[in-house]
Design a binder for this molecule. Structure first.
Ligand code: 48N
Length: 321
């Protein structure tokens, strides 16, 4: 049984105890069976307040029914995005806006999506984006201070939370967080012996992925998709996952390895080189620096946003071929 369609009520002008009291009185007036209870609550909600009664199993079913319906729906996706950092989320935002017809699954290993974009750099809150990435912020509706060649968002979390909320509001996009991609689904590439085209991802709950060495084999789950966009960040415990797998599958010879910090060189290169690295796999964001040996840019995020814009355009070019 599929969950009820999402019902979105307009945010109330000013929710507070007074508006709650008024809601209760309105409900009491129109609801004979509960009128007494609601009236008592409206008159003295400090002592008579109670939520509508529930059985715990209803909560469990509300969660699990939706989760398993989503697993079923997205088992066949049009696009899978691996990694919900600033690049992956920017990619999803651009695709969600332009192609509501596409089923897009985002697989994020961490419980908390957002990757490295919750702070501007070290533990400093403000986030710098160099122009022309300010155009992306305007499209997203994130305010910033203009400093000439660059702009500053007062808190990186304002950018990331705004982007995340927009992505999660698209009905054709599903975020599976706390879920790791632990391999790629492949098919022989026609006419290219030994080469493959990517045809989906192999997933497991991240906690399971982290314990393959100390638990008996826990086989993974899978998502089929004609196109995967990998934005898993530069090398690290989980980072650069898909490009490292391409090397171990002998689909690319070796990784270029991320170079030292050079903001000007790095940001231009990441945006320019966002592309389909092997058939069916587009790579963007800092994962790309590992493929090409691009420099890192440090605490500036314009290239992540615009690499996401580029990755979305590449995806639409490839998927409509
Ligand atoms: O934020 P990241 O790490 O990656 P990007 O490319 O979106 O943004 C990079 C950016 O934050 C920088 O590194 C800045 C600009 N600094 C540059 C520099 O010079 O240091 O997000 C990657 C996401 C994370 O949330 C990971 O948890 C996730 O990808 N992830 C995975 N998710 C699912 N399966 C995996 N195998 C996996 N590996 C990583």
């Amino acid at each position: 049984m599929s969950p009820p369609a999402a019902t979105f009520t307009e945010p109330s002008a000013s929710f507070n105890s007074l508006s709650l009291k008024k809601d209760l009185q309105v409900r009491a007036a129109s609801n004979g069976s509960e009128a007494k209870t609601l009236e008592a609550m409206a008159n003295n909600w400090e002592s008579n307040f109670s939520f509508a009664p529930i059985r715990e199993s209803q909560v469990s079913r509300a969660m699990t029914r939706r989760y398993f319906a989503d697993l079923d729906t997205y088992a066949e996706s049009d696009i899978v995005i691996v990694g919900a950092g600033s690049c992956g989320l920017s990619t999803a935002y651009m695709l969600g806006k332009q192609r509501p017809d596409l089923k897009i699954a985002i697989i994020e290993a961490s419980v908390s999506p957002g990757g490295g974009a919750w702070l501007g750099g070290q533990l400093f809150s403000a986030m710098v984006m160099r122009k022309p990435a300010d155009a992306f912020l305007r499209d997203l509706g994130v305010p910033y201070e203009d400093e000439g060649a660059f702009v500053v968002v007062k808190h990186a979390a304002l950018f990331t939370s705004t982007l995340l909320s927009k992505v999660l509001s698209f009905p054709n996009i599903k975020l599976f967080n706390a879920t790791a991609v632990e391999d790629l689904i492949t098919r022989p590439a026609p006419g290219a012996p030994g080469s493959v085209r990517i045809a989906g991802v192999v997933t497991n709950w991240t906690l399971v992925s982290m314990h393959h060495d100390d638990q008996s084999c826990m086989d993974p789950n899978t998502i089929n998709a004609p196109l995967v966009i990998s934005t898993t960040g530069h090398d690290g415990p989980f980072g650069a996952f898909c490009v490292k797998r391409l090397v171990s599958m002998q689909q690319i010879e070796k990784l270029g390895g991320m170079r030292g910090l050079d903001m000007n060189t790095a940001e231009d290169a990441i945006v320019k080189r966002t592309r389909e690295v092997v058939p069916g796999l587009i790579v963007g964001g800092m994962e790309l620096s590992e493929v090409d040996g691009a420099n890192r840019m440090g605490p500036t995020f314009g290239a992540m946003a615009l690499s996401g814009v580029k990755a979305a355009e590449e995806a639409l070019r490839v998927i409509d071929l």
